[in-house]
Write a protein that binds this ligand. Structure first.
Ligand SMILES: Nc1ncnc2c1ncn2[C@@H]1O[C@H](COP(=O)(O)OP(=O)(O)OP(=O)(O)O)[C@@H](O)[C@H]1O
Length: 609
């Protein structure tokens, strides 16, 4: 059974003052209580007695002695009782001292409510209804089935879903109104009633008549989506509290009175505790009555309590007790909910879907949610690293290109220096321009580099074609490696204040630009400067990207999957910096540049970097 969460509401508390009965009139009782309006009852004798008790009490509704039970039902209990047709459990109680009119009231309320339920069923032909009747009494703390002639006590057990359950309780499905009347009469005959001084027909037990209504929309009957509303309404006629001295009870009556009072005391305690909130232990289990009524007292049912009063001055103390109970009860809240029962088909359908879902989960076990996060994080980081690696490759290319331009410029400078005023070209290769970027003009001629390290014999006339190996640029192939990052801080050509290009040479670090180079024309200087700038910028960018990768990899959580980490690290290791002298610059044949005279540690191999 599923419950749709409902709103919290207070127990409805109604007060019914009965008229003075014959006995009371005989002894010249005068009414001590008066209903001064629809919600307030007033004690007339406060001033005369100088009582410290309040003289006025206010409730949801109070009914004078001349109000009929129909009015009490219509203006008080009806709304609560009929909640049952909408799938909400409800309970109507009558509480009060002996002979105050509980049975009188509840008999009428039960009949009016049942009549309204029948009427509702007749007016709603679109729904199929099943109406069930059951009745019990609690007599001397023993639960009896009032529909059974056997005197076997019923066992009460607690069901975690349905609450308190009475085992083997007879439940009659009602056929019609006559059938209901028949059953009510049968229960009445079965109930423990005894004569006391205060009441000729005093109820010696608590009686609970229960009507259970199940309804389903006819159009969905037998279909998989069929659901049923199911709820019960309890009509509770409590035994009345009594003073042995007033009831003049003895023997079995006295014993009954003790049980009645004890269970009523438990009920009062439960109500008092509930009225102060639900903190702490609520002693429902102290009596069968409170155990059975638990859902109606602090649970999911709508509840109305009709407190019945005798107006006689002789009962003023019991009346005050009842008023005190009523005051506590009006503070108690319940949270009514609609009870929906699924049809067997709908239930099977729902369970089948659940089984399918679980099976598919088993087939494709997903990682726990945090692993899932890590996996997506890893994927993201891998993509980031991949992108950065690409960027590095491009930067290396650009940087190498810039480096080669620097070298070309140096070559040109050397040639200028060597050829002096003759300005005689020793060789030229227009192809060299093919790989040059836009900083070169087409009319720039590349001249032979005049470095004794590579041209010891001074054979300036040798062409690249004649010495292919010598002209191959054997460069430092630098692979990224954290440990050798310092190697990236190599000397780069710079321009001196007087406009000469300063190029440090290996093994001759003190050689000045003047000794090495002669001033070149401004255009050459500009180009050299641009090349140097580009080169430095590229170096810086390369470093930045490397640092970014370092931080990306470093930010991986420790719990990453080992495979993913090792894959990432292997990518990363491919970028480690190592020196290699075996790599030859890829443009060695196409770009016929003479070997330069100094190592350029920043020059990297285009293949493996
Ligand atoms: N509102 C009323 N109007 C007229 N008569 C009433 C009213 N209430 C009760 N009576 C009469 O008072 C008498 C006692 O009523 P009832 O048996 O209902 O009291 P009770 O509270 O159920 O008592 P107990 O606890 O002993 O069973 C009955 O004869 C009943 O007809």
């Amino acid at each position: 059974m599923q419950g749709m969460s409902g709103r919290e509401e207070n127990i409805l508390v109604l007060l019914r003052l009965r008229p003075l009965n014959e006995k009371e009139i005989t002894v010249n009782e005068v009414p001590a209580w008066e209903c001064i309006n629809e919600t307030t009852i007033f004690y007339r004798n406060t001033l005369r007695e100088g009582s410290t008790f309040p003289s006025a009490y206010t409730f949801d509704r109070v009914f004078r002695g001349d109000c009929c039970t129909k009015q009490v039902y219509d203006e008080g209990a009806k709304e609560i009782a009929l909640s049952v047709v909408g799938g909400i459990n409800s309970s109507i109680f009558a509480y009060g001292q002996t002979s105050s009119g509980k049975t009188y009231t509840m008999n009428g309320i039960t009949e009016y409510a049942a009549a309204d339920i029948f009427d509702y069923i007749n007016r709603h032909e679109e729904r199929a209804f099943v109406l069930k009747f059951s009745a019990i009494e609690i007599y001397n703390e023993i639960i009896r089935d009032l529909l059974s002639s056997e005197n076997t006590p019923l066992r009460l057990r607690d069901d975690p879903e349905r609450g308190p359950i009475l085992e083997k309780l007879t439940e009659e499905t009602l056929r019609d109104w006559e059938h209901l009347k028949e059953l009510i009469s049968f229960c009445e005959a079965q109930r423990q009633v005894g004569e006391t001084y205060l009441n000729d027909r005093s109820s010696r037990s608590h009686q609970i008549i229960r009507l259970t209504i199940e309804s389903s929309a006819r159009e969905f009957l037998g279909k998989s989506n069929s659901t049923t509303l199911a709820a019960s309404v309890n009509f509770v006629d409590l035994a009345g509290s009594e003073r042995a001295s007033q009831a003049l009870s003895a023997g079995s009556r006295l014993k009954e009175g003790c049980h009645i009072n004890r269970s009523l005391l438990t009920l009062s305690t439960v109500i008092r505790k509930l009225s102060k909130g639900r903190q702490g232990h609520i002693n429902y289990r102290d009596s069968k009555l409170t155990r059975i009524l638990q859902p109606s007292l602090g649970g999911n049912a709508r509840t109305a309590i009709i407190c019945t009063l005798s107006p006689a001055q002789t009962h003023v103390e019991q009346t005050r007790n009842t008023l005190l109970f009523a005051c506590c009860a009006k503070e108690v809240t319940t949270k009514a909910q609609v009870n929906v029962v699924m049809s067997d088909k709908a239930l099977v359908n729902k369970l089948q879907k659940e089984v399918e879902r679980l099976e598919s989960e088993l087939r494709t076990p997903g990682p726990p949610s945090n692993n899932c996060d890590y996996a997506s994080m890893l994927r993201k980081k891998d993509l980031q690293i991949e992108k950065m690696e690409k960027e590095i490759r491009e930067l290396i290319k650009e940087r190498d290109l810039a480096q080669s331009r620097v070298e070309d410029l140096l070559l040109m400078v050397g040639n200028y220096q060597k050829s002096g005023k003759e300005k005689e070209d020793t060789w030229e290769d227009d192809n060299s321009l093919s790989e040059s970027s836009s900083i070169y003009h087409s009319d720039v001629r590349i001249r032979q580099f005049n470095n004794p390290q590579y041209n010891e014999d001074g054979d300036s006339g040798s062409t690249p074609e004649e010495y292919p190996e010598e002209y191959c640029k054997e460069v430092q192939c630098v692979e990224l490696e954290e440990s050798s990052r310092d190697d990236l801080e190599y000397p780069v050509p710079s321009t001196s204040d007087n406009g000469v290009l300063v190029l440090p040479l290996p093994g001759d670090e003190n050689v000045t630009s003047q000794e090495m180079l002669t001033p070149v024309n401004e255009e050459m200087e500009d180009r050299q400067f641009q090349a140097n700038s580009t080169y430095s910028v590229l170096e810086q960018r390369l470093n930045d990207v490397q640092l970014s990768i370092d931080s990306s990899v470093g930010s991986y959580p420790d719990e990453q999957s080992p495979q993913a980490i090792s894959a990432t690290m292997s990518n990363f290791r491919n970028l480690t910096l190592t020196r290699s002298w075996s790599c030859r610059e890829h443009y060695m044949t196409g770009f016929r540049t003479p070997p330069n005279g100094f190592r350029t540690p920043s020059t990297r191999c285009g293949r493996c970097c």
